[in-house]
Write a protein that binds this ligand. Structure first.
Ligand code: SF4
Length: 333
């Protein structure tokens, strides 16, 4: 039996404003100060981005004590706890903070609710860099809640004064399920003043939800340690995709996944350069999947300015300090 082969291509997909800013921050720092520029943790959770920056002279380290005294260090988009800023200062490092402003917003909420003596239930994945950074803002007030099944373990000091916050890259539906379980236990539970799950995570999930019921196979381009990418596979399977896989590169796609498949959905996580999606589309096209239909769930145009400390030095050196939306997948269909 011949099948009518087709690709549904999600929009938006790929780079978000926070990732774009973080990657441009390292690129501009290399241009301005010259290599090496140290980066604490992966600047964004994507293998290809990290190896490309490494080739240009970035050195990725796990902790600030691996950075030579006085050198330049960039903090990743996922954010850091205040103690990391203090360590960098103590080692006389020149630090550039590429924390996504939408993560910084959650940090500020944590500080404010802790100052008001709330118990903060931070919904997120234990050990994820963003969660470690946010918890570090108010360690005595924050309890991590790692999904609905973790709710029964939660202890608070005063059930009348409890608020939930969340990691920015979670599944919207699962987070709401966790909140509902928490509210059964703590009816006075307050919500964050605005969404903590960021616009980019929400929009990529919306596109996947629209495509999933018509999709036999969903291919999500993204790295295993990328929370929002992993969530896209889960969301696809929950919303009707028959099969779904996460791949870093087109070469990782297994031909066997295409057995009996008519419609392939393609999307990418917020830290994924568009070139990797193009490779997947080429790979599919070579196998007869060359009819590509965009599925547009939202338009995105957000841009963040580069970190102040870098902008100041770029200006002094006469180098353009603009964030360029150089990898906008939304414009590529
Ligand atoms: S996924 Fe969201 S929170 Fe994370 S860097 Fe992108 S915009 Fe910022």
């Amino acid at each position: 039996m011949t099948v009518e082969k087709k690709v549904l291509l999600a929009a938006p997909r790929g780079y978000c404003a926070g990732v774009d800013r973080a990657v441009v921050t390292v690129e501009k720092a290399l241009e301005l100060y010259g290599p090496p520029v140290y980066v604490r943790k992966q600047i964004v959770h994507n293998k290809h981005v990290v190896s490309t920056l490494e080739k240009r002279g970035a050195i990725f380290v796990e902790e600030t004590d691996e950075v030579p005294e006085g050198a330049t260090v960039v903090f990743s988009a996922h954010g850091v706890a205040p103690v990391v800023h203090e360590e960098a200062k103590a080692r006389s490092l020149k630090s550039i903070d590429a924390t996504c402003p939408l993560v910084t917003k959650v940090h500020r909420e944590a500080v404010r609710f802790a100052d008001d003596a709330y118990d903060i239930l931070l919904i997120g994945h234990e050990g994820h860099e963003e969660v470690v950074g946010t918890s570090g803002e108010a360690p005595d007030h924050i309890t991590i809640v790692d999904g609905p099944d973790d709710v029964d373990n939660v202890q608070v000091r005063d059930p009348e004064k409890v608020v939930w916050l969340s990691q920015t890259t979670l599944s919207v539906d699962e987070t709401m399920a966790t909140v509902a379980r928490l509210r059964e236990r703590f009816p006075k539970l307050e919500s964050p003043p605005s969404d903590d799950i960021c616009y980019a995570t929400q929009n990529r999930q919306l596109a996947v939800k629209a495509m999933a019921p018509k999709t036999d196979l969903m291919i999500v381009v993204g790295s295993r340690n990328s929370s929002n990418s992993v969530r896209l596979v889960e969301v696809a399977l929950e919303h009707g995709a028959r099969d779904g896989h996460l791949v870093d590169y087109a070469e990782e796609i297994d031909e066997a996944w295409l057995d009996g498949v008519a419609t392939v959905g393609v999307t990418s996580g917020a830290s994924v350069p568009e070139v990797l999606v193009r490779d997947v589309l080429d790979w599919l096209s070579e196998r007869g999947y060359d009819d590509v239909e965009p599925v547009i769930a939202a338009e995105e145009s957000l841009l963040f300015a580069l970190p102040n400390e870098l902008r100041r030095d770029l200006k002094a050196a006469g180098i353009a300090a603009k964030t360029v939306r150089h990898d906008a997948a939304t414009h590529l269909h």
